[in-house]
Write a protein that binds this ligand. Structure first.
Ligand SMILES: CCCCCCCC/C=C\CCCCCCCC(=O)SCCNC(=O)CCNC(=O)[C@H](O)C(C)(C)COP(=O)(O)OP(=O)(O)OC[C@H]1O[C@@H](n2cnc3c(N)ncnc32)[C@H](O)[C@@H]1OP(=O)(O)O
Length: 212
């Protein structure tokens, strides 16, 4: 049995209105797809942290090639893509660390995120590009929920206040601050306990009819 990938968006306040861009997308099994993404995330972490002997590298490369060959025949256009459209933490998108929502309404959201080994920059700190990735994800979704016309990030300003450690549960709080015509101003903080690790302020501009 197949199901629509964003089928339960209406019951999830922070699911994001992905129907317009995934209108034709069906998934054979949400649970199985989630299992694949979870496994892929672990592979990303294991590869990032590994230094195996050559024989093992040869074997691993062959296994990964086998996986890509298996999926090559099932490639679909963007309108039918499943990754990015699942109503699960992280949307089934292994690029961005999964954001787990604890509390949300149309104007604010609070949740948890952690940066695994894959997101290491150096010296034990998360990569400086991984942090805006999460801010863009969370602010971008918040900018677009609640039946608002879809918008795109015009700018995203990030202040790095302290290093962001790996493998720790961090909290992220974001809010919709104000709106002026097509311009939406949002802000957020990433914290470890009470300590602000990074904060962000973004401008999201509502798209005009027909604007990509
Ligand atoms: C469709 C988006 C996704 C929807 C998702 C739905 C939910 C799905 C669920 C979950 C997904 C979650 C995933 C997160 C998604 C995050 C969103 C992204 O990352 S989008 C990718 C990165 N961004 C771009 O690729 C933009 C590229 N830029 C553009 O397309 C244009 O520049 C755009 C649309 C931003 C503005 O262009 P103009 O021609 O429409 O508008 P003008 O007239 O230039 O600006 C309007 C007003 O905004 C100001 N403005 C524009 N850019 C500015 C800037 N950089 N700084 C300051 N002001 C700016 C202007 O000065 C103007 O202000 P005045 O009305 O005169 O007061």
């Amino acid at each position: 049995m197949t199901s629509a990938v964003s089928g339960n968006s209406d019951s999830v306040p922070f699911a994001g209105d992905s129907r317009w861009w995934a209108a034709g997308a069906q998934v054979a099994s949400v649970a199985r797809f989630e299992q694949v993404i979870d496994a892929l995330r672990i592979v990303q972490d294991r590869v990032a942290g590994a230094n195996p002997p050559e024989s093992e590298l040869v074997e691993v490369a062959e296994k990964l090639d086998e996986v890509s060959r298996a999926l090559a025949v099932f490639q679909v256009p963007e309108t039918k893509q499943v990754v990015g459209h699942l109503d699960v933490p992280g949307r089934g998108q292994s690029l961005v660390p999964a954001f787990h929502v604890d509390r949300a309404d149309g104007n604010s959201v609070r949740g948890r995120v952690s940066f695994s080994r894959f997101y290491l920059g150096g010296g034990g700190a998360a990569h400086g590009g991984a942090i805006p990735l999460v801010f863009d994800e969370v602010l971008g979704r918040l900018a677009n929920v609640g039946g608002r016309i879809r918008s795109r990030t015009a700018y995203l300003h990030v202040n790095y206040r302290a290093i962001t450690p790996l493998d720790e549960e961090l909290t992220l709080e974001a809010r919709f601050d104000s709106e002026e015509g097509r311009k939406r101003f949002l802000s957020a903080e990433l914290r470890k306990g009470d300590v602000v690790l990074a904060d962000a302020e973004g401008l999201f501009v509502a798209l005009r009819e027909g604007q990509p």
